[in-house]
Design a protein around this ligand. Structure first.
Ligand code: SF4
Length: 337
């Protein structure tokens, strides 16, 4: 059999991506292998995705009071975290949040609401009004994260200018019962399939550091490949006081880098966007997320935790010789020297 490094590069460059066995080896690599690994992942990322970085931002449009019991989430039914709880904000406030995100460099903007699914017509129309303005007036790519939406609701939002639907699987099917007991994994899988069938670009990933094993991480990566998702958001647990996950930070920065690298090698031609928990989990290794294979990151605040100032991210991207992807339909800005 071909030696490991040549084999994984060839599999990734052939676009199909590495298999589960090699993905497990990547996650088990010792620290001495870091630069060798990054050498491969950076070449793969450059070949398929170029050197422009996608910056996304979100607004927490409806917070708390969720019926679900996801262990990591401060908005869940079993969370006692002190977070703001409010019903759906008005469309103008969503648009204002998008305007500020655009000023911070974001090119994609997502409207996020807590809850298993947004089925209320009035709420959905409010989101539709905001999507239309954010896409039409601000020129941002629009995304929503509204739970398990049925096809007609996705189609309605697409008719208002929506590009992407975000819905995470969170973790592997095998580990999911340890994370959430109020709905089935298949409901999430079905939501992803439905969004794709309805014509949306699908953004679907998970959260790492919940106590899952390397095998669970690889299982999730393979499920995402089966579902043919377009973009993979990667979150690292930032345990919030008052949630069952409180005090349970287990990931090292090196483990996070290997997770990103494994995802890049399994999904050579897909977006990998590093989202919540990157500052506290990657710490000083944050800039390595790009050579490891990330093609984007979230700027500004997360749902109930704070991010770092957007200028720091813009500087990190420029210092790496990368560029920020331009608005939809325009070429990427060249890197600054
Ligand atoms: S992750 Fe989503 S579904 Fe789960 S508790 Fe939080 S808001 Fe509810």
């Amino acid at each position: 059999m071909q030696p490991f490094w040549g084999r994984i590069e060839q599999a990734a460059m052939a676009e199909g991506g590495i298999g589960a066995e090699d993905a497990l080896v990547v996650l088990a690599l010792p620290r001495e292998a870091l630069w060798r690994l990054l050498d491969v992942t950076e070449r793969v990322r450059n070949r398929f995705m170029g050197d422009a970085v996608r910056l996304c931002s979100i607004v927490n449009a409806k917070s708390g009071h969720c019926s679900e019991d996801c262990s990591f989430c401060s908005q869940s039914s079993r969370s006692e975290a002190e977070i703001p709880r409010f019903p759906l904000i008005d469309a103008d406030s969503m648009v204002e949040a998008a305007r500020s995100a655009k000023a911070r460099g974001a090119r994609e903007f997502s409207i996020v609401a807590s809850g298993l699914s947004m089925r209320n017509r009035e709420e959905l129309e409010k989101v539709g009004d905001a999507v239309e303005k954010i896409s039409g007036e601000l020129g941002l790519e629009t995304c929503v994260s509204l739970g398990t939406l049925p096809a007609d609701k996705v189609e309605y939002l697409i008719s208002r200018g929506l590009r992407s639907v975000h819905h995470n699987l969170e973790t592997s099917r095998s580990f999911f019962p340890n994370v959430c007991t109020t709905h089935e994994y298949d409901q999430d899988v079905e939501a992803v399939r439905t969004a794709k069938m309805a014509g949306a670009w699908v953004c679907c990933g998970g959260i790492f550091g919940l106590g899952e094993s390397d095998a669970d991480r690889v299982e999730l990566a393979m499920t995402l490949r089966e579902l043919d998702v377009d973009s993979i958001p990667v979150n690292f647990l930032n345990p919030v006081e008052g949630t069952p996950a409180a005090g349970k930070r287990v990931l090292t920065p090196f483990a996070c880098i290997k997770i990103i690298a494994m995802l890049r090698l399994v999904h050579p031609g897909r977006e990998i966007i590093i989202c919540g928990g990157r500052e506290v989990n990657l710490r000083d290794l944050q800039c390595l997320m790009f050579p490891a294979g990330a093609t984007g990151t979230m700027v500004g605040n997360y749902l109930t935790t704070s991010g770092r100032p957007g200028e720091e991210d813009q500087r990190m991207i420029a210092d790496l010789g990368l560029s920020v992807r331009a608005l939809c339909g325009t070429p990427a800005a060249p890197p600054r020297n």
